[in-house]
Write a protein that binds this ligand. Structure first.
Ligand code: DOR
Ligand code: ZN
Length: 375
């Protein structure tokens, strides 16, 4: 019936309805997934969120947009150690570090960090396009020596694909970035491996589908669940504000088709981006959705709704590793069908243990139907 080679199916119910046979499952086991795009932050937030990502994902590509950003091998090594210190003992988790590209960063630093196995990839933030991107790249065309080096050594380039021109309508910034910058970049550097991060538009889906296999894209759970109405539903809902901002419904549907298609260019990247509640609920609220708490369950919900639960494993556990040329995780993880209420907040505590702030998780106050089975 379903080609679910590596899935362990426990039939919850099976019944004859005329000629069709309805099957639903109450447990599914997949190769342990990886998160190919996450913000773990630093300090008290890192302490609160590291274990949440590490209990589910085997590896994660960690974003470098700290303050100050990660621009040297030494900074990356120290940050990797702080992440490892924040992961509880007994959890096997590998943070994969990234370099933050600036106008000044030297190709030699990238090459040294990549060849030493410290940097897995480099991240391009067009300057001032999103949170902590003010040190980002002001002119993508002016740093061809970086692209040449990365293409030669096989170092992936991860792109925040939005034009940083405030004259351009915020809902068009991804589409215009693709036309103006991404298309020429991959034409001029055909062997450069590129990930267009957190895609939000039908145009991005089509562009990735039409491109060669060296271009991949990550898709977040939130862009699969919400469209732009969520941000303005009965008031200003800062918990649904992120960048690139959620778009119209037809874009969300295109993203759902892409994610659940099984195509190897699309893979899991949560873009879980925690900001404390007071920074979200603020006159100038920060962009970012903290979805790590139930990210895998959130994706599972979408795949099941789309009748494609058999494709979840490729998207979550295979396609990204293949793109990065890494082996698949050897462990498996199970999801159980259990309707559960998502908690309203996660507590942030200082080193003395005092409650100092809160994070609001994606899906707070909603029910989800799948639950990761923790060991
Ligand atoms: O919504 C976002 N939040 N988008 C980004 O690109 C950055 C991220 C963050 O760091 O908070
Ligand atoms: Zn991000």
């Amino acid at each position: 019936m379903w080609a679910l080679a590596s899935f362990e199916l426990n039939l919850l119910k099976s019944s004859c309805k005329g000629d069709s046979f309805e099957v639903s499952i109450d447990r599914l086991t997949i190769i342990q997934p990886d998160d190919w795009h996450v913000h773990l932050r630093d300090g008290e937030i890192l302490s609160a969120v590291a274990s949440i990502t590490a209990r589910v994902f085997g590896r994660a590509i960690v974003m470098p947009n700290l303050h100050p950003p990660i621009t040297s091998v030494d900074q990356a090594l120290k940050y990797r150690q702080r992440i490892m210190n924040a992961v509880p003992p007994g959890i096997a988790f590998t943070p994969l570090m990234t370099a933050y590209l600036t106008d000044e960063i030297s190709p030699k630093v990238l090459e040294a960090g990549f060849l030493q196995g410290v940097f897995t990839a480099a991240k391009l933030y067009p300057a001032n396009s999103t949170t902590n991107s003010n040190d980002g790249v002001t002119d993508i065309r002016a740093i061809n020596s970086l692209w040449e080096t990365m293409e030669r050594i096989g170092m992936p380039l991860l792109i925040h694909g939005e034009i940083n021109d405030i004259e351009v309508d915020i809902f068009d910034r991804e589409k215009i970035f693709i036309e103006r910058y991404l298309e020429p970049l991959i034409r001029d550097f055909p062997d450069l491996r590129v990930v267009l991060e957190h895609i939000t538009t039908e145009e991005a889906v089509q562009f990735v589908e039409a491109s060669h296999s060296k271009l991949g894209a990550t898709i977040t759970p939130h862009h699969l669940h919400i469209n732009r109405n969520a941000i303005f539903n009965g008031g200003l809902r800062s918990d649904f504000y992120c960048l690139p901002v959620a778009k119209r419904e037809h874009h969300r549907l295109a993203l759902r088709r892409a994610a659940t298609s099984g195509k190897s260019s699309f893979f899991l990247g949560t873009d879980s981006a925690p900001h404390v509640r007071s920074a979200k609920e603020n006159a100038c609220g920060c962009a970012g959705i903290f979805n790590a708490l139930h990210a895998l369950e959130s994706y599972a919900e979408v795949f099941e709704e789309e009748g494609a639960i058999d494709k979840l494993e490729s998207f979550a556990s295979k396609n990204g590793a293949d793109f990065y040329g890494l082996s698949l995780n050897t462990k498996t993880i199970s999801l159980i069908k259990t309707r559960h209420l998502v908690r309203d907040t996660i507590e942030i505590r200082n080193p003395r243990g005092d409650l100092v702030e809160q994070l609001v998780p994606f899906h707070a106050g909603d029910y989800l139907t799948w639950m990761v089975e923790l060991e």
